[in-house]
Design a protein around this ligand. Structure first.
Ligand SMILES: Cc1cc2nc3c(=O)[nH]c(=O)nc-3n(C[C@H](O)[C@H](O)[C@H](O)COP(=O)(O)OP(=O)(O)OC[C@H]3O[C@@H](n4cnc5c(N)ncnc54)[C@H](O)[C@@H]3O)c2cc1C
Length: 458
């Protein structure tokens, strides 16, 4: 790309911010258009109980490099913190039980520990043990996580361990989530050995995990710190309150029609969710638009509750709990944030972050605040015995926020890229709808989009 090329990035979530930052750093004529009056998209940190507390994502995976490298680049790497509590619970057969270790993405590796945990029924454990004896044909297409785990380890491992974890991450349903797109580590194991447990145990033997290595990192000022650092560096490259409404081709370049006028570009990076991107490219590529439109989304609510620590009446001795679908009333997961993160425990409050809603059931997400809070409090009493009144409550709704990577997702994304390359050269897509929902994956996709854009005009 030559530095005279005009690049417009649409959407100032983490993907768009990183893409625009990288382009600007490389000296290109960059504009970042954002519909809302704030940047960050799904990352939003606000004041709560006298602290800065995230309203959505609050941490990122440590085993992939991209978010850590960004922290380094922004000069905040040394400020990152890892969870103070490592153990977590699962609410199964009517009580909170420790998640059995070791496990890989919900797949238990030690059946004796699994049995002792009580998370599965005796029949569920017996069925899971059969995994070690499996001899079936290895060929696996892009099946759902559910179909493979049910077949190899049984329904209970899927419903009470794997789905709470992997379905939970995407507010999805493992019976309709692609293993290739949502759990690459399991997909690889599934193709190596008919027994998941044998293969995953072998893998751990060959690459033993460091028990002291953090699994997650956070920033004491919240994920908003990344957003603020990027926004500071981008300055007036960012144009907020500007929704892109249409894209037109214009003399070998692109014209963006927006709520605040026209912007011209040689290259456009659409870092918006696929459901928003679809109509923007519909006139340019019917194939891409159809595939983009076929990506569905789930809605969630995240309630943050503060309690007087002496009043809550629970030891909060872990990072929180997950609730498998067969046990759910309204809560899907709850982080004991003031135990999990030292900085959130500093003021003496007990802080709970409660998740509600998934792809098969978002009824509660749409309740009014009073009804939603009443249902969540009743569920906290059922699960944790908490009856105390919260001293502060915040409700954050994230409607149509989690793209569902259904079977075939990765080939769908490849089709989108190919169709745009053929029908709308110079338009690229990136972000959580495509190759990973987590913050690190979004950052990686931003870099990939910048590389594609560079190659395009080279
Ligand atoms: C409740 C919740 C908890 C999460 N927890 C974690 C976690 O702990 N760890 C983790 O790694 N990930 C987590 N995630 C996922 C992660 O936060 C998101 O996948 C990621 O932030 C999405 O970034 P993005 O840039 O792809 O999209 P977005 O953040 O959705 O950004 C898209 C931007 O485009 C803008 N836009 C939309 N339409 C237009 C238009 N027409 N014109 C201009 N701009 C437009 C939007 O306003 C938005 O700012 C969580 C997500 C949620 C909702």
């Amino acid at each position: 790309m030559t530095s005279s090329s005009r690049v417009v990035v649409v959407g100032a979530g983490i993907t768009g911010l990183v893409a625009a930052y990288e382009l600007k750093k490389q000296g290109f004529d960059t504009t970042l258009l954002e519909a809302a009056d704030r940047v960050g998209g799904k990352l939003n940190t606000t004041d709560f109980a006298g602290m800065r507390v995230d309203e959505s994502a609050d941490a990122f995976l440590a085993r992939v490099p991209w978010a850590i490298e960004l922290a380094e680049e922004l000069g905040i790497r040394d400020e990152l913190v890892s969870p103070a509590a490592k153990s977590a619970y699962i609410f199964s057969y009517g009580q909170l039980r420790p998640i059995p270790q070791p496990m890989v993405l919900g797949v238990p590796l030690d059946f004796d520990t699994l049995e002792a945990s009580g998370v599965l029924s005796p029949e569920g454990v017996a069925r899971a043990r059969l995994d070690a004896e499996r001899t079936e044909n290895l060929v696996v297409g892009d099946e759902s996580i559910g179909s493979i785990i049910r077949r190899r380890l049984g329904d209970e491992v899927l419903e009470r361990l794997v789905d709470p974890l992997l379905g939970g991450i995407n507010a999805g349903d493992c019976d309709n989530l692609s293993m290739d797109a949502s759990a690459a580590q399991l997909a690889h194991a599934a193709r190596q050995d008919p027994s998941f447990v044998n293969e995953l145990t072998d893998l751990r033997r060959r690459n033993p995990p460091n028990p002291d290595a953090p699994v997650f990192y956070a920033h004491p000022d919240g994920m908003g710190r990344f957003v603020d650092e990027l926004a500071d560096r981008l300055g007036d490259t960012i144009v907020t309150g500007t929704a892109v409404t249409a894209l037109e081709s214009a003399d070998g370049a692109w014209r963006l029609l927006t709520s605040s006028g026209i912007f011209d570009a040689d290259v456009v990076i659409l870092a918006t969710p696929a459901r928003i991107t679809a109509p923007l490219v519909a006139d340019q590529s019917r194939v891409a638009a159809a595939e983009l439109r076929s990506i569905t989304y789930s809605s969630v609510a995240l309630l943050t509750l503060a309690y007087d620590r002496d009043e809550i009446g629970h030891p909060l001795d872990g990072s929180g709990f997950l609730v498998p679908k067969p046990e759910q009333q309204v809560i899907t997961a709850c982080s004991w944030a003031s135990t999990k993160w030292k900085h959130l425990g500093a003021t003496g409050h007990a802080i709970l972050r409660v998740s509600v809603g998934h792809i098969n059931n978002d009824r509660a997400v749409h309740l009014d605040d009073d009804d939603l809070l009443a249902e969540v409090r009743a569920d906290l009493e059922r699960i944790m015995g908490v009856t105390a009144d919260p001293t502060e409550v915040r409700i954050s709704r994230w409607i149509e926020s989690f793209a569902q990577y259904t079977p075939g997702h990765l080939s769908r994304v490849a089709t989108i890229d190919d169709a745009l390359a053929d029908d709308a050269p110079g338009i690229f897509v990136a972000g959580a709808s495509y190759r990973g929902v987590g913050i690190p994956a979004c950052i990686d996709q931003a870099h990939q989009a910048v590389r594609s854009a560079s190659r395009f005009t080279a």
